[in-house]
Ligand binder design. Structure first.
Ligand SMILES: *Cc1c(COP(=O)(O)O)cnc(C)c1O
Length: 428
């Protein structure tokens, strides 16, 4: 259920008018619903449980930290039993600072540095998702130096079309991610031959904002094929990680329900394990990001000016592309809702920020009834919002607030200009 709804023309988050959050913490501000985060995580956890798999046995949800890495969000999900999918050493330190369990961390990404590998090994993370042969060799050398064996999974590229935006599609042949399907077996043999590595799993992640689970199930079939071939070659895997990627509703998209996707996925896996492995099961990992946080957050902003041009009307707001990059970067669509709905006729506006770029827009051609000073919520901004924010134009990043029922808690202070140049110096 959505935890953002109008009551008497006033937009609420859970039981709190969003205007109250804006009054207390200012704008622009990201606001997240705790109930929504919990429900979205529970969709995964409950589906695992229903299929006889729990965190300790047979399944682990590793929340994708890069989608929203605020410590309060990580802490909440960690307490619900979540593991974490990280893509940098910095994200590992965040997980630890948030009280997350590093032994439930998997480390993805094409460019892990030596330092990041050392850090992750020193915290005994669950698995490194390795994306190339040189990375295997580097990890092997560092593990041996440290007297450890690094648990590894290979990210294979199943070469299925996720049918999503090219920038967020990652499972096709010609992108930088993963190991080509045809080279997977040979690469596993290299991994298995290196004494500093322990081969434990296989993973893939074919893209983001997938509305249909067919490409994911297609990827699963390809991964299953590899697990079998490896098994016959004496390389036995303990887990299979199908990645993240389930989409959310921004406008009128109808993404597959997580419960339905997981039901189909587990049915296939159980059937396969029953037939080929006499029921001996394999642990399944997930790496969801957007489907957990995307619709749990909004970005609050205030209308600064209304500009009525010859061909276009602009609502200039105090949030910008540095706060929410998705429209500028992917031409992404976000809903725009007035915190207090006005009576009267609407006009069509482009909602734009103050940054000096024509690409600085948050929404285009929206029918809105607006006056200067009105407060707006940019909807579905919980994922890849704050984590992609920058300081372009020396704009401090937005504050972040978590709402629980009628209560609001500041979970990140607004950055102040002095914070932005604190690390800089002028040569004598
Ligand atoms: C970004 C990412 C995810 C999360 O994707 P969502 O679409 O947000 O679920 C999962 N795995 C990897 C490797 C990623 O890079």
């Amino acid at each position: 259920m959505s935890h953002f709804a109008y009551r008497n023309r006033t937009l609420h988050i859970e039981n709190l008018p969003l205007a109250q959050v804006a009054a207390e913490f200012g704008t622009p501000t990201y606001v997240y619903s705790r109930a929504s985060l919990e429900e979205n995580f529970a969709a995964y956890a409950n589906a695992c449980k229903q299929h006889g798999r729990s965190d300790a046995h047979g399944a682990l949800v590793c929340y994708s930290v890069k989608s929203n890495s605020n410590l309060a969000v990580l802490n909440l999900l960690g307490k619900l039993g979540s593991g974490f999918d990280i893509v940098s050493g910095g994200e590992l330190l965040r997980v630890i600072a948030a009280g997350g369990d590093p032994r439930k961390v998997i480390f993805s990404g094409v460019g892990k540095s030596r330092e990041e590998m050392r850090l992750a090994l020193s915290h005994d993370i669950l698995c490194f998702n390795v994306e190339s042969i040189p990375e295997l060799h580097r990890l092997n050398a560092i593990a041996l130096e440290m007297g450890k064996r690094a648990p590894v999974s290979l990210r294979v590229n199943p070469n299925v079309d996720a049918k999503t935006h090219p920038y967020i599609s990652t499972g096709l042949k010609d992108n930088k991610f993963g190991i080509a399907f045809e080279e997977a077996i040979a690469t596993y043999k290299v991994a298995a031959s290196l004494p500093g590595l322990q081969v434990v799993g296989i993973d893939c992640h074919i893209g983001s904002q997938l509305l249909d689970d067919a490409p994911l199930l297609e990827a699963l079939d390809k991964v299953i094929e590899l697990v079998d071939t490896l098994n016959d070659a004496g390389i036995v895997l303990h887990h299979l990680d199908i990645g993240g990627g389930i989409g959310i509703t921004y406008d009128d998209e109808k993404p597959v329900a997580v419960a339905d996707y997981l039901a189909r996925l587990f049915a296939r896996i159980d059937d396969w394990r029953a037939k080929k492995y006499a029921g001996n099961n394999i642990t399944v990992l997930f790496e969801p990001g957007r489907s957990i946080v995307g619709n749990a957050g909004v970005l609050l902003t205030e209308v600064q000016y209304l500009k009525h041009g010859e061909t276009k009307n602009f609502a200039v707001v105090d949030a910008a592309m540095n706060d929410l990059m998705r429209p500028a970067m992917y031409e992404a669509w976000h809903g725009v809702q007035a915190l207090q709905k006005r009576e009267g006729s609407s006009q069509v506006y482009d909602v734009v920020g103050p940054v000096c770029e024509s690409g600085d827009w948050l929404a285009r051609a929206r029918a809105l009834t607006l006056e200067q000073g009105d407060l707006l919520a940019i909807m579905s901004a919980g994922a890849y919002g704050m984590t992609m924010a920058s300081n372009y134009n020396t704009r401090g990043r937005a504050a972040e607030v978590l709402v629980d029922g009628e209560q609001s808690m500041l979970i990140r202070k607004r950055e102040m200009p002095a914070d932005l140049f604190a690390l800089e110096s002028i040569p004598k």
